[in-house]
Write a protein that binds this ligand. Structure first.
Ligand SMILES: *Cc1c(COP(=O)(O)O)cnc(C)c1O
Length: 387
């Protein structure tokens, strides 16, 4: 059976060159980067080279990069780290209703500790208004966290505008840029961000490794202890092979980005147009300000989960929202924040492409989808299409 992977927002296939770059550090080059002998020095050199590549890709400096176990940890270090460091100055944090749970739950935990959190609404496209951010800032505000691009609908947020506002008001600004790496230009100065999170496995790198960009002078208080690694912000022996993989993956991700993106967009448009030609469907997310590989569509009178299972039987992997919420019966917090009703939210599918997809795969998906939707609708008690 043909296998088609259209869940690249959840994770991606690792690039062969990334694996090749990592290989020596999983075998022959096994020194601890903290050791001063030649074994250690060789590992240290590899970690520092990866740091340089990561910084170069983001337009920052190597010493502004902290390697972590992924974006969940990077988001936690950023948000909790700033909150701890600046709590004497104020205890107010601003974020949006459509952030990844790593951001929302970190904020919730701070709320339980007495911080005040403003969760800004989004419009029908999942977009936050910079004006709302400006209006929400008070003398107590110490941190604003707004994602660069949403991981369920692909809407690209006005982060540069928000960054400008935060800078003018003297508020630290963090962005979760996980979904944007390799598909949008991501430059920490253009975006005017102080902190930026990313995760290697979302751009064809290995799982379990990520990075946090920390602009020089940004105060963070550590909450994990036991070593001096990563400027004490992330103590513990470095994931050397993973870090090398991240460095290689981000280097590849930003190489020939435009050519890759236009190929992905062409496939995305074909998939989107084909799916929207099925009756009772609607596109979720912003029609233009969106990531190139994203198609999030609501199919009325069908359960997203049933579609996922039916597609899986045909070898096609898609998702109903973020991987973190699948398995629970709650509709996506992102679609709910965009004002979708429960039923429409439950009937939504997220199909996300990467450079590894082919036009033949898109044709295959479009050839099986109408039949699956029609079959599921025929079984639905609420579908008005039958007599
Ligand atoms: C995947 C993802 C994360 C979590 O990254 P991990 O490295 O898997 O912890 C955070 N934010 C966004 C927007 C994501 O898509």
């Amino acid at each position: 059976m043909q296998k088609v992977y259209l869940d690249n927002a959840a994770t991606t296939r690792m690039h062969d060159e990334v694996l090749a770059a990592m290989q020596p550090y999983l075998t022959n080059v096994y020194g601890n980067p903290s050791s001063i002998h030649s074994f250690g020095r060789e590992a240290r050199k590899a970690v520092e080279e990866a740091r340089e590549k990561t910084a170069a890709a983001l337009g920052g400096e190597p010493r502004e990069i902290i390697f972590t176990s992924g974006a969940t940890e990077a988001n936690n270090v950023a948000i909790r780290g700033v909150a701890r460091a600046l709590q004497q100055k104020g205890r107010h944090i601003i974020t949006t209703a459509v952030e990844h749970h790593a951001v929302l739950d970190a904020c919730k935990a701070l709320e339980a500790e007495g911080f005040k959190v403003t969760v800004l609404p989004v419009d029908a496209y999942g977009m936050v208004s910079p004006r709302d951010v400006a209006d929400a800032i008070t003398d107590e505000t110490i941190l604003v966290s707004v994602m660069l691009a949403n991981n369920e609908v692909g809407t690209v947020m006005p982060v540069a505008e928000i960054g400008k506002i935060c800078r003018e008001r003297g508020v630290v600004f963090h962005t979760d840029a996980v979904q944007a790496i390799g598909v949008l230009p991501v430059n920490v100065d253009d975006l005017q961000v102080d902190l930026l999170s990313l995760s290697a496995h979302k751009f064809h790198g290995p799982k379990g490794v990520g990075a946090l960009y920390v602009r020089k002078g940004t105060k963070l208080k550590v909450f994990s202890f036991g070593g001096a690694q990563e400027r004490k912000l992330r103590p513990g022996t470095e994931n050397v092979a993973g870090i090398v993989g991240l460095g290689k993956a981000i280097e590849l991700a930003v190489t020939d980005m435009e050519a890759k993106v236009s190929r992905i967009k062409a496939m995305r448009d074909k998939l989107m147009t084909g799916l929207l030609s099925i009756p009772h469907t609607r596109l979720n997310g912003h029609p233009e300000k969106r990531l190139p590989g994203y198609v999030n569509i609501s199919f009325q009178y069908v359960e997203g989960e049933s579609m996922i299972l039916s597609l899986d039987l045909k070898g096609i992997a898609v998702s109903s929202g973020s991987a973190c919420t699948s398995g629970s019966l709650d509709p996506s917090h992102v679609l709910m924040a965009m004002g979708l009703d429960h039923q429409t939210a439950h009937g939504s599918l997220r199909l996300t492409l990467s450079a590894y997809n082919t036009e033949e795969e898109i044709d295959y998906v479009l050839s099986v989808m109408p039949e699956i939707v029609a079959r599921l609708r025929a079984m639905s008690p609420v579908y008005p299409g039958k007599d």
